[in-house]
Design a protein. Sequence first.
Length: 129
Amino acid sequence: MNYNKTFSAMAKMPAVHVVLANAVEQNWEIEHIDVKSAYLNALLNKMIYMKPPCGVLKLGQHGKSCRLLKGLYRLKQADWGWYLEMSCVFLKDLGFKRSAVDHTVFHRCTNKEHTIVAVATDNMALTSK
């Protein structure tokens, strides 16, 4: 209850093709990153409650619920929270810029390097010299 939007940070296939084609053309390295427990890093911007899993409640606690502080996999709001956390790190902490064409592609260009990251939920394709 209490949600009306879903979101998935999924790079568009044409954008991924361009990123990979550029990496091949420039003879760049291509790395795959899988963020373990990504959604557990997603802060939730609304109060969300869930039924406790079996065995969590003690005797006399029947009817209680759990308030989630962070996202869980399969929770519709978790993808958006993870995207906000991840993009904040890329944009503010690491100095990347967001692509004007695809909001899940980030790039950073300095005198020494040019790096491009395409994000698909908790997987990333990173290319750089």
